[in-house]
Write a protein that binds this ligand. Structure first.
Ligand SMILES: NC(=O)c1ccc[n+]([C@@H]2O[C@H](COP(=O)([O-])OP(=O)(O)OC[C@H]3O[C@@H](n4cnc5c(N)ncnc54)[C@H](OP(=O)(O)O)[C@@H]3O)[C@@H](O)[C@H]2O)c1
Length: 341
């Protein structure tokens, strides 16, 4: 039996669907009070029998900050997929982000070590990798270095991954994936899924930042293939294509049939926007939307190599234009349905 931690998220809900489509049994670890709706919604995008699939799921309540709830959830489990994390670039979330992601992952590792005979798949990030010093693509061998200024999210993902490596040293069987920016239909207000409403509502600015992008369905398939293989105690970049944010926004705009952002967000403009956002946040006690970390994420230029996973699994990634067209279709379909109700 599989346990999915973080099943209500973008990655987790697609992973659950992929596991069910392979006739696997799935127990979902959910925080008390969290909405399970995202899981059902994800099923509806791809499957006409979403409710029937949803009814096959087993549930267990818990929180990765609560060690005993994970020990309890591991009853009868041989495979654990840990996709839970807080994703935030807001400076005000620093302490919570570190505690939730790092201490929470330490709890998952310790519970798996106690249970024994469990294989763990951990969703890390390219944020836990180093940068390439020349213009070469970043590989799994590039180590994260504290000397380079990194976002708190990046620190939290690096330290979380370190907990997995610590567990491996203590006898844990684990495999780690480091996905780039994941594209897919999730909560349209959150992380990468939020690009679609942003562009739809007339985003004006783009940046020349470059990073990797990958379809959430490819992430889910690779996780399962790695868990079903004899591979362990290794990490893999999961990224289909390197592209600029300008290219990404143009493809999204084309798929949504709206105008793409016209103006380049220069460093000076971004700096002013960040300062104004800081003042607004201080006055209104609201969450920061633009910070040094978001600016750095949007303007850095890093390309990622997917050679290791392609060669290991013979995996062919989906085409980025197709990924964006599919996701735009899901977004427009949901807007259309909301408009009707
Ligand atoms: N999205 C990307 O572009 C991207 C790229 C690279 C790596 N990643 C990594 O991929 C993983 C999944 O990301 P995602 O995009 O699917 O995120 P997401 O949509 O924000 O989902 C996060 C999931 O984590 C759960 N969670 C957070 N804190 C928890 C806790 N204390 N106890 C139990 N569950 C908790 C959330 O549950 P609730 O419903 O209770 O909030 C939710 O199910 C994360 O580790 C993220 O760092 C994401």
């Amino acid at each position: 039996m599989n346990l999915v931690i973080g099943g209500t998220g973008l990655v987790g809900s697609h992973l659950i669907l992929e596991l069910l489509s392979r006739e696997e049994k799935v127990k979902v670890f959910v925080r008390p009070g969290s909405s399970k709706n995202q899981i059902l919604q994800t099923f509806r995008y791809y499957n006409n029998e979403a409710q029937i699939l949803f009814d096959k799921l087993e549930w267990v309540e818990g929180n990765i900050m609560d060690y005993s709830s994970i020990v309890n959830a591991l009853e009868g489990i041989s495979r654990v997929y840990h996709c839970a994390a807080m994703v935030s670039f807001s400076p005000g979330d620093k302490d919570l982000l570190l505690r939730n992601n790092v201490d929470g992952t330490a709890n998952v590792v310790n519970a798996c070590l106690k249970k024994k005979e469990v294989k763990l798949c951990f969703v890390s990030s390219i944020a836990a990798l180093g940068h390439s010093e020349d213009s070469e693509e970043v590989t799994e061998a590039h180590s994260w270095k504290p000397t380079i200024k990194r976002s708190i999210y990046s620190v939290s993902k690096f330290k979380s991954e370190m907990e997995i490596w610590r567990g491996i040293e203590e006898g844990l069987e684990a495999v780690i994936i480091n996905p780039s920016v994941i594209i897919g239909p999730g909560n349209w207000k959150n992380s990468s899924s939020a690009f679609f409403p942003l562009v739809y509502k007339g985003l004006k600015f783009y940046t020349h930042g470059v990073t990797g992008f990958v379809d959430v369905r490819d992430v889910a398939e690779i996780m399962i293939q790695l868990m079903n293989s004899g591979v362990k105690n290794d990490r893999f970049i999961v990224s289909a294509k390197n592209a600029s944010f300008k290219e990404l926004f143009h493809l999204i705009a084309k798929a949504l049939n709206v105008s793409p952002p016209k103006y380049e967000a220069t460093p000076l403009l971004l700096n002013i926007a960040s300062r104004l956002d800081g003042i607004k946040s201080a006055i209104t006690s609201s969450q920061r939307k633009i910070s040094d970390d978001t600016i750095s994420a949007a303007t850095s230029q890093n390309a990622y190599s997917n050679r290791k996973i392609r060669e290991l699994l013979g995996f062919e990634f989906r085409n980025m234009e197709q990924t964006i067209n599919d996701c735009a279709g899901f977004y427009l379909g949901q807007m259309w349905n909301k408009g009707k109700s």
